[in-house]
Ligand binder design. Structure first.
Ligand code: A2P
Length: 282
């Protein structure tokens, strides 16, 4: 039977689009504090794994003028540069100006994405080395979700160690599933190898809920536990490179530790042995 629609419904209604709009294609809620989402990628957007972009939503209308301004924050791109979509991993802050609203986005909604990727957590900012450490706390895992899926990471290093410290076990799930997906990916699995020869090492720890490995990564390195568990020598300037992304206190503490091991901070313009970026907190 042919469905007859009223003429008014068939008319194309022009919906005003957000500036630099991208469409949400998937949303996953990991805990009551964490979610991730995917969205369309502008055809012209090129980025290096580990970089961030400004994303957000339209803010509330100004009570005096009624005008709306975009509400944007820096988010690391969690997807690799070869992915046709973009992925982001975010905290939910109940009174956070952006994330209090962003956490409610659904498939088909639009977000604003300024297509100007920047950042220091890029391979170009490091001198060649044998082993790379990715140190993350909380949503600081995001840039590494990109770098861990970048074939260059495994081409450049013999060993890739990702540490992730979170308060609770559930906050590790996004990272754990990502690591599992890499090991199951045909192309990446071939690059990382298998068993004893596997290049990728994953070291998750929790601080406020019981898990197989408890404690802050900084303390576990200071007393030697992390190096013993991983069966590697302590960090050394000749061989080791590091990228850090977490909360401010963590970044400052591990930065000092890396300096004490003899590593120097690098930048795009002057590559060295480690780089740091602050994880976004609304
Ligand atoms: P802790 O529970 O001992 O504070 P947050 O969710 O607050 O960003 O924290 C994420 C993780 O980072 C938590 O497990 C927290 O441990 C840890 N953390 C916070 N500060 C530091 C620090 N200075 N060094 C190492 N880990 C830290």
């Amino acid at each position: 039977m042919t469905e007859i629609r009223p003429v008014t419904e068939a008319k194309a209604v022009k919906v005003p689009h957000l500036p630099d709009a991208q469409t949400v294609t998937e949303v996953k809620h990991w805990t009551d504090r964490l979610f991730s989402f995917r969205c369309t990628r502008p055809a012209s957007l090129r980025f290096r794994s580990g970089e961030f972009v400004m994303i957000g939503l339209m803010g509330d209308p100004d009570p005096n003028t009624g005008k709306q301004k975009p509400l944007l924050r820096a988010y690391s791109i969690a997807s690799p540069s070869w992915d046709e979509e973009l992925e982001f991993y975010s905290i939910k802050v109940q009174d956070g100006p952006l994330t209090s609203r962003l956490q409610h986005i659904q498939v088909g909604d639009e977000i604003i994405l300024r297509p100007k990727p920047v950042g220091t957590l890029v391979h170009d900012a490091l001198l060649p080395g044998k082993r790379i450490w990715f140190f993350a706390t909380g949503t600081g895992f995001a840039p590494f979700a990109s770098l861990l899926r970048d074939p260059q990471t495994y081409a450049d290093y013999d060993e890739v160690i990702i540490t992730h410290t979170c308060r609770e076990v559930g906050e590790l799930t996004y990272g754990k599933e990502l690591i599992d997906s890499i090991r199951q990916d045909e192309l990446l699995a071939e690059l990382i190898g298998e068993g004893f020869h596997e290049k990728l090492r994953y070291y998750p720890t929790t601080t406020r809920e019981q898990s197989p490995k408890m404690g802050r990564i900084t303390d576990l390195m200071r007393d030697g536990t992390a190096f013993r568990d991983l069966g590697v020598e302590p960090i050394h300037r000749e061989t080791d490179r590091a990228m850090v992304c977490g909360n401010l206190a963590f970044n400052l503490e591990i930065k000092q530790m890396l300096e004490d091991y003899g590593l120097r901070e690098g930048a795009n313009s002057q590559p060295a042995e480690y780089v740091v970026e602050k994880a976004f907190l609304d």
